[in-house]
Design a protein around this ligand. Structure first.
Ligand code: 13P
Length: 287
């Protein structure tokens, strides 16, 4: 099912009404894209399949957009194909033209005025073509990155408000203490800050760096206003680790398709656990 911006907004409205979140999973190739679709269809849940610029560099934006278009058309659940953490306005615009129905312009490392300018450019172009836009406020860095503290990069309430109001952006990634990648310590999420931002901003808020955040903390963040949960590292790790083990077990001469049949089992289990985390154990929505 292909969805345009208005339907994506509707998904987030529904999530807000039900107090749940839409899951976002980063993919690296066609196989894991298929696993994500299968997991979502089996759960009856909408899903956001996200593509980092690194994947575009490796495969090509045209090919990815074309494949995603067919995948979306054929799926029984709403699928969003999202460009994730793109620092380039031009690449965001290209993605809009190549079938992505959602893009994230990540200009959070720039001064606020510059961030606003970049987001506005993408919003103006994307909205005219029915494409949803996410931006970031405060910086969500990688776990273990040198030279910064999580606290110094938290989103500033006033900045979040300005970015949302002055750009008309559709979703906002907020730095509330999460990091990308595997955490070196249990993360500390600033729920008070999240509540404050949620209190003044209407746009859906996004929790990045899902891998490694304990489920009860993610659930609490959803209760306090998070409407999209991003998970990447854990999916990639499960995929690659199982791939290596499966090749060892089945033998290097085994056909890729047979290897992938085995690999998809643990990857789909991981995906489904996250889908359940996003909708809550009580089956509050999306089955
Ligand atoms: P993780 O890789 O830490 O799960 O973060 C994913 C993410 O936030 C992608 O935008």
């Amino acid at each position: 099912m292909v969805v345009k911006r208005e339907e994506i907004q509707e998904l987030f409205r529904e999530a807000a009404d039900k107090g749940i979140a839409v899951p976002h999973f980063n993919h690296s190739d066609f196989w894991d894209m298929s696993f994500i679709v299968e997991a979502a269809e089996e759960q009856g849940a909408p899903v956001i399949i996200a593509c980092l610029p690194k994947v575009i560099d490796a495969i090509g934006i045209e090919k990815l957009g074309a494949v995603a278009k067919v995948v979306m058309e054929k799926s029984s659940v709403p699928i969003v194909y999202h460009l994730d953490h793109c620092h380039s306005v031009d690449t965001c615009l290209k993605a809009v033209d190549h079938g992505y129905n959602s893009v994230m312009i990540d200009a959070a490392d720039l001064p606020l005025e510059e961030n606003i300018k970049a987001v506005k450019k993408v919003v103006d172009y994307a909205h005219a073509k029915g494409v949803h836009v996410e931006a970031e406020i405060g910086q969500i860095k990688s776990a273990g990155e040198e030279g910064y503290t999580v606290e110094s990069e938290l989103a500033a309430l006033e900045d979040a408000k300005r970015l949302a109001e002055e750009t008309g952006v559709d979703a906002l990634a907020v730095s509330i203490g999460s990091e990308h990648g595997f955490y070196q310590h249990t993360p500390k999420l600033d729920y008070a800050l999240l509540e404050k931002i949620h209190g003044v901003i209407q746009v859906p808020l996004v929790l990045h760096g899902g891998s490694g955040i304990p489920r009860e903390m993610v659930r609490k963040a959803i209760q306090k206003g998070i409407r999209k949960v991003n998970v990447g590292t854990q999916i990639r790790y499960t995929y690659i680790k199982t791939l290596g083990e499966t090749i060892q077990n089945m033998g290097a001469g085994t056909h890729t398709a047979d290897i992938m049949e085995a690999v998809k089992i643990p990857v789909k289990e991981t995906l489904k656990e996250w889908i359940v985390t996003c909708r809550g154990e009580a089956n509050n929505g999306w089955k």
